[in-house]
Design a protein around this ligand. Structure first.
Ligand SMILES: C[S@@+](CC[C@H](N)C(=O)[O-])C[C@H]1O[C@@H](n2cnc3c(N)ncnc32)[C@H](O)[C@@H]1O
Ligand code: SF4
Length: 396
């Protein structure tokens, strides 16, 4: 199975300048891997390679496995209150102005980014500043905006689709499958009409015990929709022991009480037969599809059963996120960990991004992670960012 770097040739085919921007991001991330990870006394900000903008706490779906809004989602009961704290367009532009000279790859997500009212002016502003702008959406609101998405030349749009209609809708919400398919058709028609190759069209499928058996058929069906990249997200899962260990660790070492990891303690990994899924992944990989398929993480097929069945066994380590990435939350808080915004580095309303990224709290986090065996915290065992960019543990 290919790794995330294989998006580059796909993009080169579409638009060289976009591919060059992505390449620069990967290159900087690669550098973070190979240089010693200092925790203070240097300008970490200049190494920023990837910035996530979590634009809104709102979402129109309640996907069962989602750590934010799913069955155990951390956002339940907080959404209305959190929505009042959302940054304005000018607030986001200020961040863009500061980071744009570094040309990081940017990734707009949420919640559902199409529910952020100024998504289009913000994405346009970022593109005009020369940034690579990727948007991750549930796709339910894509059809009606297809004309503008293509006109504005977003770099990539990653649409979540987990299975065919019945399973997808049971996992992600009634009607979502049909809306996503309508969105693909609308984007393809607009690309044709506007004679544009952008945005590159990606699909993200999150693996659960409900959909894994369908994924080979789904991969084949995607050939009908001119998809460029199919990302098979192996899923973020955890268990009671890992959550308890992380809670203790974060309290003791970083004086932080955490509540985000528990959202991924869903059990949707239970019963995934690693041997069967290994065969399915081989089938997908061996298929002659019109798109590139990437699994995150790309595992040794023999070890797929461990990924789902032994959640306390590491498959990646040496997290490099604090040395090259950041997530800005809808309220302006800056974090390293996009899915676990518990430890706040600072807020862009109070300090510049650079001050926050080079600040005392950021360096304390770096120092703590450096001191951990394997260069990661106990709760990071299936963290998506670590699955994307961590070091492969031998055999996995
Ligand atoms: C939190 S969503 C936000 C963007 C948008 N609402 C969407 O669903 O695409 C970001 C991505 O995380 C995926 N996701 C949801 N639950 C997950 C889990 N437990 N493990 C890994 N990825 C998950 C979603 O399917 C989506 O591709
Ligand atoms: S659409 Fe995205 S953010 Fe909303 S519940 Fe589903 S995965 Fe979570």
């Amino acid at each position: 199975m290919k790794t995330n770097i294989s998006t580059l040739p796909v993009l080169f085919n579409k638009d060289c300048s976009q591919a060059a921007k992505l390449f620069r991001g990967f290159f900087k991330i690669g550098k973070a891997r190979f240089f010693p990870k200092r925790h203070s006394g240097c300008d970490h900000f200049k190494n920023l390679a990837l910035v996530y903008f979590k634009l809104t706490p709102l979402c129109n779906l309640r996907c069962v496995m989602c750590g934010q809004y799913g069955e155990k989602g951390v956002m339940h009961g907080r959404i209305a209150e959190e929505a009042k704290k959302a940054l304005s367009l000018d607030g986001w532009k200020k961040i863009v102005d500061e980071i744009a000279p570094l040309k990081p790859v940017t990734y707009l997500w949420g919640g559902e980014p199409f529910l952020y009212p100024d998504l289009f002016p913000l994405a346009k502003y970022m593109l005009d500043k020369g940034l690579y702008v990727s948007v991750n959406t549930n796709g339910t609101l894509m059809e009606k905006h297809a004309e503008q998405i293509v006109r504005d030349r977003w770099s990539t749009i990653f649409v979540s689709l987990d299975a065919f209609r019945d399973t997808n809708d049971a996992q992600r919400g009634a009607g979502s499958y049909d809306k996503v398919i309508a969105g693909f058709k609308a984007i393809n028609e607009e690309k044709k009409r506007q004679k544009s190759k952008l945005p590159a069209l990606g699909v993200v499928s999150v693996v659960t015990n409900r959909n894994y058996m369908d994924l080979a058929n789904l991969a084949s069906a995607l050939d009908d929709y001119n998809i460029d990249i199919h990302m098979i997200n192996m899923g973020t899962y955890t268990n009671d022991n890992v959550v308890a260990a992380q809670k203790r660790f974060m309290r003791e070492k970083l004086d932080t009480d955490i509540d985000c990891l528990e959202g991924y303690n869903t059990g949707y990994n239970t019963g995934i037969d690693g041997h069967t899924f290994h065969k399915i992944l081989n089938e997908i990989h061996g298929g002659r599809h019109g798109h590139t398929t990437i699994a995150v993480p790309a595992l040794n097929p023999e070890k797929v059963n461990i990924y789902y069945g032994e959640l306390e066994t590491p498959v990646r380590n040496n997290c490099i996120v604090p040395w090259c990435q950041a997530n800005v939350n809808y309220n302006g808080d800056v974090h390293f960990c996009a899915d676990y915004p518990d430890y706040i580095l600072g807020n862009v309303g109070e300090s510049s991004f650079r001050e926050i990224y080079n600040g005392e709290r950021a360096n304390r986090f770096r120092k703590t992670i450096n001191s951990c065996e394997g260069g990661m915290f106990p709760g990071c065992l299936r963290c998506y960012q670590n699955m994307l960019f961590g070091s492969k543990i031998k055999g996995f």
